[in-house]
Ligand binder design. Sequence first.
Ligand SMILES: [Zn+2]
Length: 172
Amino acid sequence: MEVKINFSRKRIRTIGARMVGDTMHINAPAGIPQERLQRVIDKFKIRFEKRKLRQELNKTPETLQEIARRLNRQYFSVKLEIKSIEYSVHQDRIFGLCNHRTKNIKISYRLKEMPDWVRNYVIIHELAHIIEHNHGENFWNIVNRYSLSERARGYLLAKGLESNESEKDVED
Ligand SMILES: [Zn+2]
């Protein structure tokens, strides 16, 4: 990413940034310490890169939705209502999140690079949370309808991805 810095005499405290194509334009106060400027630029870089990644991942959100619809038909006798399902760039360790109240599902961006059968497991896992909020016996009975569940769990564990253990946070 190219960075162009404009030192402004008018701006006193704030540093502004915007993307024009692949170039980041920084507007910084004149006389700002180099170290502080670099720190802020690095933060903007991360933010813009994450935004770009998110846009790319979700360019075809209907694809993830289509997969979810297919798995819904295949593994859930009752047709589950899904409000939305999309990739999240904020989930580095958590493979999926399901808010069973709003029926919004978020899948870690890391799944995009993993085999389909692992991604399918994650989607089934999150769909099952619409019915069973916790990881109880009923929950695993549903998830294990998918024959590759056990293997997928091992795969995800090896990659350092955990299931969402904070479902109680969205339970109320
Ligand atoms: Zn779970």
